[in-house]
Design a protein around this ligand. Structure first.
Ligand code: SAM
Length: 262
């Protein structure tokens, strides 16, 4: 899946020059940033919250750890990571860990970061930082994180292999990798139901709620172009990760890929 800048890549079902994809993706998220969270709830009937909660369970954050959440958008994974670590500390588990838990949200799109800042309002957590940056060239030092996460982000990246290499670079040895992404339903019946829903209802919601039908048409198409569970697992392995595995959510509508940096 490596693509050089002269090559073409997919932007939904369209082929575009690879060098143009990041700008097109930025346009999508600039347009939907203000309605992003409400659209997620509407489109998934709230199910995305359950997927993310399960992801946070698997991440099992510990007090004193540092997370880098790439394509973090408005920041729900990063906030959840800190909250879960605090719960562990309060429960008396890991009482010995006194270093501050930290989370950095890195997103290529400043509008998405601002939408998260607005949502936080006065509830600012000083342990949370927001950085505008590209998942293919992360602005973080080698081996600087205990955990790396990317939720519904990797599909939007132009060179997925480059993003995976960066994930490995910023993780310390023993660090944990988590990628939640829409995937491919595991039964034909579910696939048919999912196609009918996503190609009809989601663009309609995009048009009437976020005032941008094209952005949500892109969402649906980009999901179909993303590799299936096994193929993506092989890509993660090829990037040098160990213990690569995945868990299907809602019959494969989404999948959580997990790995370790040894
Ligand atoms: N992680 C959040 C969530 O689960 O709600 C946001 C997911 S949103 C569908 C995808 C995010 O990926 C957008 O905020 C977008 O700006 C970001 N993004 C796209 N390409 C990126 C890149 N190359 N590097 C970093 N972020 C990127």
């Amino acid at each position: 899946m490596k693509e050089n800048q002269d090559a073409e890549t997919s932007f939904g079902f369209r082929k575009v020059p690879a060098a143009e994809k990041a700008g097109l993706v930025r346009g999508v998220f600039d347009s939907v940033a203000g309605r992003y969270d409400v659209m997620n709830d509407l489109m998934s009937g709230g199910v995305h919250r359950i997927w993310k909660s399960t992801m946070l369970d698997r991440m099992a954050s510990q007090p004193g750890e540092r997370l880098i959440d790439v394509a973090g958008g408005t920041g729900d994974i990063a906030r959840g990571f800190l909250k879960r670590a605090d719960e562990r500390r309060r429960a008396g588990i890991d009482e010995g860990a006194h270093a501050a838990t930290r989370a950095s949200i890195c997103d290529i799109n400043a509008e998405m970061l601002y939408a998260g800042i607005e949502a936080d309002g006065a509830d600012v957590d000083p342990r949370l930082s927001r950085v505008c940056g590209d998942g293919e060239k992360l602005p973080f030092a080698d081996a600087s994180a205990d955990a790396y996460s990317i939720a519904f982000g990797i599909r939007n990246v132009t060179d997925i292999d480059a993003a995976l290499r960066e994930a490995r670079r910023v993780l310390r040895p023993g660090g944990r990798f988590f990628c939640l992404e829409f995937s491919h339903p595991i039964t034909e019946t579910l696939q048919k139901m999912y196609d009918a829903y996503s190609f009809n209802v989601i663009p309609w919601l995009g048009e009437h709620v976020a005032d941008d039908r094209d952005a949500y048409q892109y969402l649906v198409e980009s999901i179909r172009k993303f590799p299936a569970q096994d193929a993506f697992a092989a890509q993660i392995k090829a990037a040098g990760f160990a213990r690569v595995r995945f868990e299907n959510f809602t019959g494969g509508v989404a999948a959580l890929h997990m790995a370790a940096r040894l």
